[in-house]
Ligand binder design. Structure first.
Ligand code: SF4
Length: 441
């Protein structure tokens, strides 16, 4: 009887691309992949540790698996598993915890699937995770997440990712292009480039600290691949988003006009304390450069509230900075202390009620920004990639510049690209449209 395996992924696009690759390894070794809600012999949970909740969520997901099959063998991998292996191994029901160097070799540890009283840990010092493993997600969603880079050499004072994923290193250009071609052959219309600090692409491509290629080289080569309809850059540091890259995207065949650029704070004083590698003036410059060459581009912004030492004045600086900036939406993160980070030792701790009040204010601002951006797109002609789910009788989709649209459910639209005229914003904030070319139902 083929053994059944199921996967659950927490966190970022990079984690999803890695779970998908791990799952393919299992299938290649004769395991049957089933949905996480189904009975399986092995449950693999790919963990995240960026936010507090990710920890609690892990325990809930373990219980979920145990409910379906109390005898199942439960494996934990991912960032949380690398940072706090024993903490996960102590969770009731967990049998195996693998660190960053072992997560792609799970099947090597599955000779004996009998439940362990205590979870076994095969972890490592993060310095040992200095090699690169390519990954891409396929089949789970409309778009494919293509991993091009891993790890980070930056030292942002609030961040644990370098401790969980190691030094900055990149896939070879050759392998990225091979993976992209493989994906495009499987009727996937959109590829999202993912990594930890993808603007640093090229570093460690051949196992050394040098940059053999740059991110600009990468996007230039990817744009030449026939058969890839759309390419989207997931997130890129402002100081690594070069004018040449913005220009390339503006003239590109496949790269879409959507930039997600972490800001984190609109106060230079706080940016210094975060050890970010830019001041807000550079951020303004990046936004205006994008607007110059792509006025219709979508610009998303990551921002952290409640960082140690953030006074009301600093917060208002951030709020006013974002209010005046021509951006399209915000991803708001409430600061949470992470062990072994510099910021966790800093004075000026912001009380939780203040953190959530500030977070609420910025989420309100994000709603306004997204609305204004959508209104600016009504009356324009865009291309929509339709998703695959029937959401209460509607099918959703995204334009190239990340406007979310909806229309009555029609299975023929699934995973197809269509030109549309954006007509109005519906009460739920999604955009209605007319098909440019009559679409025969
Ligand atoms: S750039 Fe900073 S925030 Fe991003 S992963 Fe690296 S250390 Fe963390």
């Amino acid at each position: 009887m083929k053994k059944k395996v199921a996967f659950y992924t927490l966190g970022c696009k990079l984690n999803f691309s890695e779970t998908s690759t791990i799952a393919r390894n299992f299938t290649n070794e004769g395991f049957d992949r089933v949905d996480f809600s189904e009975q399986a012999d092995i449950y693999v949970i790919n963990t995240c540790s960026v936010t507090e909740n990710a920890d609690k969520r892990f325990k809930t997901i373990v219980k979920q698996a145990q409910k379906v099959n109390t005898d199942a063998f439960i494996v934990a991998v991912g960032c949380y598993a690398q940072l706090k292996p024993q903490e996960l191994a102590d969770v009731n029901g967990v049998d195996l915890v693998l660190g960053a160097t072992e997560k792609f070799k799970i099947t090597d540890y599955l000779n004996d699937l009998s439940k362990n009283d205590l979870g076994q840990v095969h972890s490592c010092e993060i310095e040992e995770a200095d090699f690169y493993v390519g990954s891409y997600s396929i089949g789970d969603r409309t778009r494919a997440f293509l991993k091009v880079q891993d790890g980070c050499d930056y030292k942002c004072t609030y961040c644990t990712i370098p401790l969980a994923r190691g030094i900055s290193r990149s896939d070879t250009m050759e392998n990225v292009l091979k993976n992209a071609k493989e994906i495009s052959k499987q009727n996937i219309k959109e590829i999202v480039l993912t990594g930890v600090n993808i603007g640093d692409y090229g570093k460690g491509e051949f196992g050394n600290k040098k940059h053999e290629h740059t991110f600009l080289d990468l996007v230039t080569e990817l744009d030449k691949i026939e058969g890839i309809e759309r390419l989207r850059i997931s997130s890129i540091e402002p100081n690594l988003l070069k004018n040449e890259t913005i220009d390339l995207v503006s003239k590109s065949r496949a790269f879409v006009p959507h930039f997600h650029v972490p800001l984190q704070s609109g106060s230079n004083e706080i940016l210094k304390k975060m050890k970010r590698r830019y001041m807000r003036e550079l951020y303004i410059d990046r936004v205006s450069k994008i607007r110059d060459v792509m006025p219709h581009a979508c610009i998303g912004v990551d921002v952290i509230v409640g960082f140690p030492g953030e006074t009301d004045e600093h917060f208002l600086e951030t709020y006013n900075f974002l209010s005046t900036l021509d951006i399209s939406y915000l991803h708001v993160f409430t600061y949470s202390e992470r062990d072994n980070t510099e910021a966790a030792e800093m004075s000026g701790v912001v009380p939780n009620n203040i953190r959530s009040k500030r977070s609420k204010m910025l989420r309100g601002l994000s709603v306004k920004k997204r609305r204004a951006f959508y209104e600016s797109q009504v009356g324009t002609t865009r291309t929509v990639l339709f998703e695959s789910e029937n959401k209460e009788g509607y099918i959703h989709g995204f334009t190239e510049n990340y406007v979310k649209v909806k229309t009555p459910w029609n299975p023929k639209l699934v995973n197809t690209l269509h030109q549309v005229d954006l007509t109005e914003i519906d009460t739920d904030g999604l955009v209605r449209f007319e098909f440019v070319n009559v679409f025969s139902n």
